[in-house]
Design a protein around this ligand. Structure first.
Ligand code: JD8
Length: 277
């Protein structure tokens, strides 16, 4: 697989610390490859340097055949804007997709990306992200590759962006941080929002203990870990009810404490009463 000139060479596919599981490979194709520069920074940058994941970014125009490097054309049936050409995407994806690759296409019309989807993708060996621009990619591209590969059209939320690159950045960060050894302390994913229980996380504090007249809740300085844990669990649930009542009905109650389950019943009742008013 010889990616054309401008591709950022992928890191060698080290066998990650888990010899039985080679490092995940991620390829991103875009007409703005520089938009993916943030993948060289921070958590993903470090994971690449440690060989825990290999990431390559490709310029779609490297697969054009005309001197204007054309990637778009007018929409059949008329209408505003331009559509990205299937033949150019076909050449790019034929070269980038390995046999066991999962083709991911960001689109406002896709399955909404969430933590559960991130966890599903974290066990894939190879992800290929096709970032569209203009009005989007000719719909036959997704249709064609469904015959040979897993194809998922996804959206990062109900608002309109100008292209798929920022969605690719969101998905890659959410997936790579779930890969083995990427997070220094894998325990930290347990308490964070959208954790196993599905609640939002509890409020958090650090020094100074008083700031502009605002104090840190006393229980957190008590040293009583059981009490602190119970307080955090309760706060997490109350926050979820206040900020994301839609999540209250999607929680994994088996991951809630007994106190949380009792409080959840009360909060659901209150949200139903509020819903009726
Ligand atoms: C891919 C082209 C722009 C979209 C005409 C504006 C994701 N959550 C999301 N919102 N928007 C996108 C997204 C937008 C994209 C492309 C993803 C490719 N556009 C188009 C249709 C209306 N322009 C997205 N994930």
């Amino acid at each position: 697989m010889t990616s054309p000139a401008s591709a950022t060479p992928p890191e060698p596919r080290e066998s990650s610390m888990h010899p039985e599981r080679p490092a995940m490979r991620i390829d991103v194709v875009s007409i703005f490859p520089e938009y993916l520069k943030p993948l060289e920074l921070s958590l993903v940058g470090k994971a690449r340097n440690k060989g825990l994941v290999s990431v390559a970014v490709h310029n779609l125009r490297d697969w054009t055949t005309d001197r204007h490097r054309t990637v778009d054309d007018t929409p059949y049936g008329g209408g505003a804007g331009m559509v990205m050409k299937a033949d150019v995407w076909g050449r790019a994806l034929d070269e980038t997709l390995s046999d066991d690759a999962h083709l991911l296409i960001p689109t406002p019309a896709g399955r909404v990306f969430d933590q559960r989807m991130a966890e599903e993708l974290a066990s894939d060996p190879h992800l290929v992200l096709a970032c569209g621009r203009y009005e989007g990619i000719d719909s036959r591209v997704a249709q064609h590759y469904q015959n040979s590969h897993r194809v998922t059209e996804f959206s990062i939320g109900d608002y309109v962006l100008n292209g798929g690159e920022s969605a690719a950045l969101v998905l890659i960060e959410a997936v790579v941080r779930l890969l083995p050894e990427v997070l220094g302390n894998p325990e930290s994913v347990v308490d964070e929002s959208h954790n196993r229980a599905g609640t939002l996380e509890a409020p958090m504090y650090t020094k100074p203990s008083v700031w502009r007249g605002l104090e840190v809740p006393e229980v957190l300085a008590s040293g009583n870990h059981a009490l602190v844990d119970q307080w955090r669990k309760e706060q997490a649930l109350r926050r979820t009810a206040q900020i994301r009542p839609d999540l209250l009905h999607k929680l994994n109650v088996e991951h809630l404490s007994v106190q949380q389950q009792e409080l959840l019943a009360q909060l659901r009742q209150e949200s139903e009463v509020e819903g009726e008013n």
